[in-house]
Design a protein around this ligand. Structure first.
Ligand code: HXC
Length: 510
């Protein structure tokens, strides 16, 4: 028995070393942790149980039969994050550059299947060079199997991808089908084809960072939902994110004890909206003052900043926040903002996370760039996403709610359950200037007349009361009581239950 135990220990020790000391050192020199070090940081101490430690590839071409490394370039298993079960796979760049072979794919598939069966979140840590070139189509088949599982699990369990090194070729599509992608600044990049292929095909010269670094994907392409300074910060933030998410679409929302008073009054909110309707203010201040303990996890912070989305808690329970940001482009809805918010709203609805929407929107952004870019379809995504929601929807209009954007931003008409307005709300087809110039076009030359008409329009239409008179707004609330009113509304809506007609699936405007 002693011999067998020693043998086990030796084999485990060999597997723990991955691609060996030299490659581990090279990994550290690049500012990256190894796959196992990352898992240690992500999971609760001592909770990680590894599967398939001894799996090796079965390839024989190109001398591969002489280079077998236990684990085959990916560390897989399960553990807990703050006591809650989570599955994980981490690509080991020190073993064949983390590239995906047939057996490597089988290890990931096993973890995906277990996560789905047990209805627990799955996190993938990527640091890899794509398909194992020596394996050819066997690797491509493996990717396909992983992709299919991503899709089957979508909307059932949360799936998170973290890019912590190269992520190229076949490796990019699995993350793309998960709920969130996060990257590490400077050490990670993501692209379908790398700089060399780009040069050959298009004659463009770009670096890996310029082509697919964290900055590109969080600010331009919107492929990634956020980035962090280094591996440690990134993994600790993933622990924080998991705390906001239910384990599956069937699981209860995670509740965390909160010391924040549910009736907390915030007098400073009474002066948040400036007297001048064209002056901006920071909507994040409202979010931070409403959520428990000011704890807000923002998603896609650096992209389409004219809308803010992210997770917070109200009375200890997770809530998704969507808010127009008057500080950027006056909070207008454009294609990027619509897509960003739509995806977030759909995630919340899939996982039963109630949504609180703060509205200050002057409308959709006009112009050829937007129209040619498909604003109609992109705007429709947000409209579709909200209209489809069965989760509690609480909406607060703080200032402008103009035109189609009024309807889109979780209005009563498309499913808002409780719709409040601050006294500063202006709910109308459009702002006074535009409206007067259209309906009183004949008076345009007469300054006094136009001024009088504008004043008349402002007094009549730029208030919450016409909407409130129709019941489109349930109440006009004072800004300082916003948190307390949202707490009550969400409490009342906890038992919300709506049925929709049975269908195979909808046809979301993609
Ligand atoms: C096998 C690979 C590999 C791969 C890297 N390695 N990528 N082995 N298959 N795809 C190995 C290297 O041989 C090397 O082994 C070790 O990993 C580290 O690689 P380096 O090149 O030394 O590292 P670095 O300079 O940091 O460059 C990393 C890299 C580069 C940018 C990822 O390795 C690279 O470009 N790899 C190929 C990327 C690629 O084209 N993949 C195929 C994509 S096609 P040693 O033994 O020296 O340590 C694809 C199609 C799937 O994925 C489509 C499905 C839908």
């Amino acid at each position: 028995m002693k011999d067998i135990l020693e043998k086990l220990e030796n084999r485990r020790g060999q597997a723990q070393k991955g691609g060996g000391d030299a490659r581990i050192e090279a990994q550290h020199k690049r500012g990256k942790l190894t796959a196992r070090e990352r898992i240690e940081l992500l999971m609760d101490k001592g909770s990680f149980e590894e599967f398939d430690t001894f799996v090796e590839h079965r390839a024989t071409d190109f001398g591969m039969d002489k280079t077998k490394i236990p684990g085959d370039g990916v560390v897989t298993g399960w553990g807990t994050v703050n006591g809650r079960q989570v599955f994980v796979f981490a690509k080991d760049f020190t073993v064949f550059g983390g590239s995906l072979s047939e057996t490597h794919a089988l290890k990931i598939m096993k973890i995906q299947d277990m996560a789905l069966k047990t209805r627990a979140p799955i996190i993938g840590l990527f640091d890899a060079g794509g398909a194992r070139i020596q394996e050819g189509v066997a690797a491509l088949g493996g990717y396909g199997e992983v992709f299919k599982r991503n899709v089957i699990a979508s909307g059932v369990i949360p799936q998170i991808s973290v890019i912590m090194g190269p992520c190229a070729g076949g490796d990019v599509y699995s993350p793309a089908m998960t709920d969130f992608i996060f990257m590490v600044k400077d050490t990670s990049y993501m692209f379908v084809t790398g700089p060399d292929v780009v040069k050959t095909v298009t004659n463009e010269t770009v670096t890996a960072g310029e082509l697919g670094g964290a900055r590109v994907h969080t600010t331009r392409s919107s492929v990634a939902d956020g980035s962090f300074e280094n591996d440690v910060e990134c993994l600790l933030q993933m622990r924080r994110l998991i705390d906001f998410l239910p384990s599956s679409s069937e699981a209860p929302l995670p509740e965390w004890p909160s010391t924040d008073d549910i009736g907390r009054i915030e007098p400073s909110l009474d002066t948040l909206v400036p007297d001048n309707p064209n002056k901006p203010y920071d909507i994040k201040e409202l979010i931070l003052k409403v959520v428990d303990e000011g704890d807000f996890f923002e998603i896609s912070e650096a992209y389409a900043k004219n809308i803010v989305v992210g997770f917070g808690r109200i009375a200890g329970r997770p809530v998704g926040f969507v808010a127009n940001q008057p500080m950027v482009l006056a909070g207008v809805l454009d294609s990027d903002a619509s897509r960003k918010a739509a995806r977030f709203v759909r995630f919340c609805d899939a996982f039963n996370i109630p949504i609180v929407t703060f509205v200050d929107v002057p409308g959709f952004l006009p112009g050829t760039a937007q129209e040619y870019g498909g604003l109609i379809k992109h705007g429709a995504k947000l409209l579709f996403a909200y209209s489809q929601c069965t989760v509690p929807l609480v909406t607060v209009i703080t200032r402008k709610a103009y035109g189609g954007a009024y309807d889109v931003m979780a209005s009563k008409h498309i499913g808002g359950d409780v719709n409040y307005a601050w006294p500063s709300a202006q709910i109308a087809v459009m702002g006074a200037k535009g409206a007067v110039e259209i309906i009183f076009r004949a008076d345009i030359g007469d300054k006094d007349k136009i001024a009088a008409r504008t004043k008349e329009y402002e007094e009549r239409f730029l208030s919450p009361f016409i909407a409130a008179e129709r019941g489109y707004i349930d109440d006009v609330i004072e800004p300082h009581e916003t948190r307390a009113r949202i707490v009550r509304a969400l409490g009342m809506l906890r038992t919300k239950h709506v049925e929709r007609p049975r269908k195979k699936h909808d046809n979301l405007p993609l």
